[in-house]
Design a protein around this ligand. Sequence first.
Ligand code: G4P
Length: 531
Amino acid sequence: MSLEEEINKRRTFGIISHPDAGKTTLTEKLLLFGGAIQSAGAVKSNKIKKAATSDFMEIEKQRGISVATSVMAFNYKDTKINILDTPGHKDFAEDTYRTLTAVDSVIMVIDCANGVEAQTKKLMEVCRMRNTPVIVFINKMDREGQDAFDLLDEIENTLDIKVRPLSWPIGIGATFKGVYNMHEKHLNLFDSNKTKIEQDIVSIKNLDDPALTDKIGEQAADKLREDVELIEGVYDEFDEEKYKSGEIAPVFFGSALNNFGVQELLDTFIKIAPFPRSRETNVKVVNPTDKDFSGFIFKIHANLDPKHRDRIAFLRICSGKFERNKFYQHVRIDKKVRFNNPTSFMAQDKSVIDEAFPGDVIGLYDTGNFKIGDTLTEGENMEFQGIPSFSPEIFKELINKDPMKTKQLEKGIQQLTDEGVAQLFIQQPGNRKIVGTVGELQFEVIQYRLKHEYGASAEFQPKNFHKACWMTSDNDEKIDEFARRKAQYIAKDKDDNYVFLAQTAFLLQSAEADYPEITFHTTSEFKRAIA
Ligand code: G4P
């Protein structure tokens, strides 16, 4: 098969949702359709527990599980589908944001009763940053929920994206009868059944077809005709190009738990979802069809076995063909590296692969050479953009409790932050280590792992910072001047950039007012963009 054919058959995407909306259930149903798993429950039993937990066994288990389920690949109707898992727990949000840099599109699951929720909004913001195409799946239609029109309005208003329903629900909760597929003009009748894959699809010629009334009754048929007329009048025709540029999101209704609406979602997905897209580097745009291989690391996971310090780095292939045992350029450290057991993840199985293509995600065993955002190429000196760090929300200073283990602590915190568990900022004088995260759980994870994997004892002292801001200016002297004046609130990030640790929103505003020449950013993405 030619490189182009390999690329065209791949779809790499993430499922995102606020916890509990049904992401795990939908993932599992998609895997069932793809024949990648045989029974419902296979993914579920592995799912990351959502409650914040101090049970360290649980944390360990989660790390292992998320390696296993980070990528799930399966074949469906000649398409190779790669689902990248995004942790549901909000404390792992940054991990999710980074994973989204490696997908070409997303499916967003929304609970029909809760509508748009806090995590949904944040995730959508990340999708907007790179115009990632979004398909919306409104889930749990078998339960009482909000009116479908209200839900669509809420999505448009709070997520700032246009929507276009492609299916329409008939009733909801107790009165839910099924959905009408507006594109294919057929009825899909609901039958509560959690394991069945085939569904009863009734084709009708049009909404005046007597078969409609026969199947769903007079009242429901009238309501459906009215709704569809309204939709056709209010919403523009579905425009695939606008979906691909992230301007409009097609919407489906269903019930993942009951396997309902999942197949039409999947069938539409493989028809419209973009295949591997071009990506920007600091020197040029890389097209997947470019002959030379390139890719970037978006996630790093420590291995489960603490006795072996090796890690798995997840590489998204962006162009060309990746081959086992071939030497590639590790751009940041300017070294040739090769991999003799690169791994692919077909559903639950890991296996060593000889080659992989754009859109694929493979696992590379790493002994500490990789950081998130690293680029591999066939020799070219370029780096992929847009693996951002976001400002953490909680800051704490790492205090060494065992001076005999200083070296271990230094190494441990460095490696854990390379993995992206948290961000490390170094403050002077005294090389003070400020650790920033998006959730409390991370501090527990770090403390535990420093002890068990590096033998270092540490504790955390809360720091009262509101945001970490990266700075840019046309005049670098201004940044230096600012750094001198505000020395006690300045730190350096992993790439040696100055970061302003603003104590309050007010102090950040005053800094902006006092230093109009400096732009303060709460994500680090701009750095590569201006490089
Ligand atoms: P998440 O990954 O987005 O966090 O959500 P998950 O799939 O775990 O689903 C959260 C809960 O919602 C689960 O119930 C799941 O069974 C239920 N659910 C998912 N899809 C549907 C649906 O279409 N209809 C209904 N009625 N429920 C749905 P749980 O009680 O938390 O877990 P479990 O005891 O079922 O495992």
